[in-house]
Ligand binder design. Structure first.
Ligand SMILES: [Zn+2]
Ligand SMILES: [Zn+2]
Length: 383
């Protein structure tokens, strides 16, 4: 059976499976790749909805990998447009095998980018298990409200804190109680106080919720649960923020005579490493196709706001994730509008461009030694 990019994107949109449960989506993508002559390994590195597909052309040459995401958002569906990422990765790979003379083209299925399930941030798990070893270049894409290359992202670590107190009748015997809720509230206030001392140039952000804080007004809460996301563009500063956060939690437990457990949820997302020659060459290809976009320097200066597990990949191998425009500027993401944009006419057109540009880039990387050396040289640069 012959598959085409747009129907594949529509099918993944319709499947709308959330992170770590993308079984049908990954099966479908594997089928598309097999029909194009790729050999497929299921459950790459023990991640059930991951896969690794590859196809060699000619003799020797570099190995180029495309990363496919296909997880949807809980409750709303493909409002981050990962259906397009999946199709772009698979068909960029297929086109690359037609364009290169010598090399190996790989597609890695990287589930749960949104961090919903057991294999949250799977690119990090894959990177930590050396899953990008022997790969010379990684290319990816992500839909957006503008075209860009070179924008960076924030390091993030999610942290859960469970406070344990002692329950008691809140009116009759309050002296016997120890309030876990008090510890949680105190932590919230202390984190707010920490926030005003953040280094501004580190783009430090901390945001949290209280998941549990007691059940009844007449019972001293013996359990309270907080979850925080701690972010910064500076990895060293991020480590300091985590240490300060731990001190706050410890101090608030002492102040309320409670105990606590603090644990990290999911892996540490690092900031990315922008590969300038790669970013500039992709931008040039897009400009010649009439795409309007800011320069790589401007993109690098943009204040990073989100985090992505693609960033960790760019730390271990030359990599680039192309942001492509499928919706009007300033369209809110993870929304009904972005959900519709992911199956719009604009998305259909952009998908064609992304596949052309990424496969042309793969071809030049495989055939042009100077291009390859410039990318590798930039990857090895000292900051
Ligand atoms: Zn996304
Ligand atoms: Zn998203």
């Amino acid at each position: 059976m012959k598959f085409e990019p747009w129907p594949v994107a529509l099918k993944i949109h319709e499947l709308a499976e959330v992170g770590s449960s993308e079984f049908k989506s990954s099966e479908f993508l594997k089928e598309v790749l097999k029909s194009n002559g790729f050999s497929v390994v299921d459950s790459y590195l023990g991640i059930p909805t991951s896969f690794r597909a590859e196809k060699s052309v000619g003799n020797g040459g570099p190995t180029i990998a495309f990363l496919a995401e296909y997880d949807a958002l809980l409750g709303i569906g493909h409002a981050c447009g990962h259906n397009l990422i999946a199709s772009a990765a698979v068909f960029s790979a297929v086109e690359s095998t037609k364009k290169i003379k010598n090399g190996k083209i790989v597609v890695i299925g990287t589930p749960d980018e949104e961090g919903t399930g057991e294999f949250a941030g799977s690119k990090i798990l894959i990177a930590n298990k050396k899953g990008f070893k022997n790969i010379d270049l990684v290319l990816g894409s992500h839909p957006s409200a503008e075209w860009s290359v070179g924008k960076n992202s924030l390091a993030v670590q999610d942290v859960e804190v469970v406070f344990h107190g002692v329950s008691a009748h809140a009116a009759a015997t309050p002296e016997k109680g120890k309030s876990a809720l008090d510890a949680a509230i105190l932590t919230f206030m202390a984190v707010d106080m920490m926030r005003k001392h953040f280094r501004r140039d580190a783009n430090a952000v901390i945001h949290g919720v209280m998941r549990e804080g007691g059940q009844a007004s007449n019972v001293t809460p013996d359990r309270a649960v907080l979850v925080y996301g701690i972010r910064s563009s500076d990895l060293k500063y991020h480590a300091k923020m985590l240490e300060r956060f731990k001190k706050i939690v410890k101090g608030c437990a002492i102040a309320t005579d409670t105990t606590y457990e603090l644990k990290f949820i999911g892996p540490l997302f690092t900031p990315g490493k922008v590969n300038r020659p790669l970013a500039n060459s992709i931008r040039q290809r897009l400009l010649t196709r009439g795409v309007k976009m800011i320069s790589v320097e401007e993109a690098e200066r943009t204040i990073p706001r989100g985090s992505t597990d693609f960033a960790n990949v760019s730390q271990v191998v030359p990599a680039l994730e192309l942001s492509f425009k499928i919706a009007p500027k300033d369209t809110p993401w993870h929304s009904q509008l972005s959900l519709e944009a992911a199956v719009s006419e604009d998305a259909k057109k952009a998908l064609v461009t992304v596949i052309e540009v990424l496969s042309d880039t793969a071809r030049d990387f495989a055939e042009d030694r100077n291009f390859r050396d410039s990318i590798l040289g930039d990857f090895n640069r000292k900051e």
